[in-house]
Design a protein around this ligand. Structure first.
Ligand code: MLT
Length: 411
């Protein structure tokens, strides 16, 4: 009889956002009249920028003619997109990244989930707590952790608490770790790490021969000039860090799927015979084996954001969501709720009133004012007592949601 990957049985039944969708659907079925406002999953609501639409239309037309039709593209991405990424996000900012160190994909969720495959199972994993659940779940699936303990922590994982007490800047681990997941701007807290804090992490990684897995999916939302946009702004990071970037939140591609991963050739790991192997080469092997490239039409749409017009349009899109963030932050403040984030990220991380457990607050918000958010506990044990709201809603719904919290929620 075929056996299963037993590591899956260590996980809670549902992925966080699937569980939320399930609870909301059940509520909606019982209360079909409820006017639910969804500020839960970080999914965008505004249309793609016009430059992307135009580029995609043109690409569709190319697909209709024999001379311009495209079949399989390079698994790593088309040079027109890779060069635009390289020039705009790295070369122009004084960061040297080679074209063959950039891998275009169908998004950062897949890449941050899949990257652990090229690391040995004996690596010790560190994650900030709370954080995007994909990093931990995929390491559990791979067997890099023990069982979940009663306190909600998985055995064998180093959790790096990140909360209001430490300014959402986790301390370096006391013990040795090999793989360090950092998400900056952070999902869910919406906070960032300073240049100084990131420098400490890079130094730790170099001293410990560890690798930083740096998720910068929300980098385009950073508004404060002193906050680094890329880990490679930190000296030495090209020796020890892999960076993930996405078009999902930058340009509204959650439904069209496009992201990329940067792996400098200088990031290496130890092979069984003691030699050093480039993670970039392993990822290239994996990517070419398991992935056939992001759709040409989508890559054309993504590349369009690097034109002057494209830059202006994504700036406008991001400003729209960040105005929502401001409305939520200020609304919560006037309702007497303490909140963080929302300055350099599209997420607002609020302290649940009266220290209410975060799933209880989820139910309260859903049933009392018909608003969906995300319970902090879903992002890790340190998320307990917190709750996430996203600014990706449309303006009208965002304002209505804030009004409901201010006037109808009993806290
Ligand atoms: C979230 O709500 O945290 C997002 O959906 C994350 C993602 O892009 O997968």
């Amino acid at each position: 009889m075929a056996t299963i990957n037993q590591n899956y049985q260590k996980l809670p039944g549902c992925y966080l956002f699937a569980e939320i969708a399930r609870r909301v659907a059940a509520y909606k079925e019982a209360h079909p009249e409820a006017d639910i406002i969804r500020l839960g999953i970080g999914d965008v609501t505004q249309p793609l920028p016009q430059v992307c639409i135009d580029a995609m239309h043109k690409a569709v037309d190319e697909m209709a003619h024999q001379e311009t039709f495209r079949g399989y593209g390079p698994e790593q991405g088309y040079p027109f997109l890779i060069e635009a990424i390289r020039e705009h996000n790295y070369t122009k900012r004084g960061i040297q990244i080679a074209s063959d160190e950039i891998f275009v994909s169908d998004g950062s969720k897949s890449d941050t989930g899949n990257i652990q495959e090229i690391f040995g199972l004996d690596n010790k994993v560190a994650i900030t707590d709370p954080v995007y659940p994909v990093y931990l779940d995929t390491n559990v699936m791979a067997g890099r952790t023990g069982e979940m303990q009663e306190n909600g922590y998985f055995a064998g994982v180093t959790y790096l608490p990140s909360n209001a007490d430490n300014g959402f800047t986790p301390d370096l681990p006391k013990e040795h770790v090999d793989m360090i997941y950092l998400c900056c701007p952070n999902n869910p807290t919406g906070t960032t790490l300073s240049r100084e804090a990131l420098t400490k992490w890079v130094n730790y990684a170099k001293e410990n021969d560890a690798v930083i897995l740096f998720d910068a999916a929300y980098a385009a939302y950073i508004s404060e000039p002193e906050v680094p946009r890329s880990i490679y702004e930190i000296p030495g990071a090209t020796d020890c860090a892999i960076e993930f970037r996405s078009f999902s939140k930058t340009a509204g591609f959650t439904g069209t799927r496009c992201g990329y991963t940067v792996i400098p050739k200088t990031v290496t790991g130890k092979a069984a015979d003691g030699s050093r192997v480039r993670f970039r080469d392993l990822w290239n092997r994996r990517h070419t084996t398991k992935f056939n490239g992001t759709a040409y039409i989508v890559q054309r749409g993504a590349a369009a954001i690097y034109t002057d017009e494209g830059q202006a349009q994504i700036k406008e899109l991001i400003s729209y969501y960040m105005e929502n963030a401001r409305i939520i932050r200020e609304g919560l403040k006037s309702a007497g709720i303490t909140a963080y984030g929302g300055i350099n990220a599209p997420y607002i991380w609020l302290k649940t009133p009266n220290d209410m457990p975060s799933w209880d607050f989820f139910d309260k918000l859903l049933t009392e004012v018909n608003i969906v958010g995300t319970p902090g506990a879903g992002f890790g044990p340190c998320g307990e007592g917190y709750f996430r709201l996203t600014s990706f809603g449309d303006r009208e719904n965002t304002k209505r949601a804030v009004e409901r919290i201010k006037t109808q929620l009993h806290i």
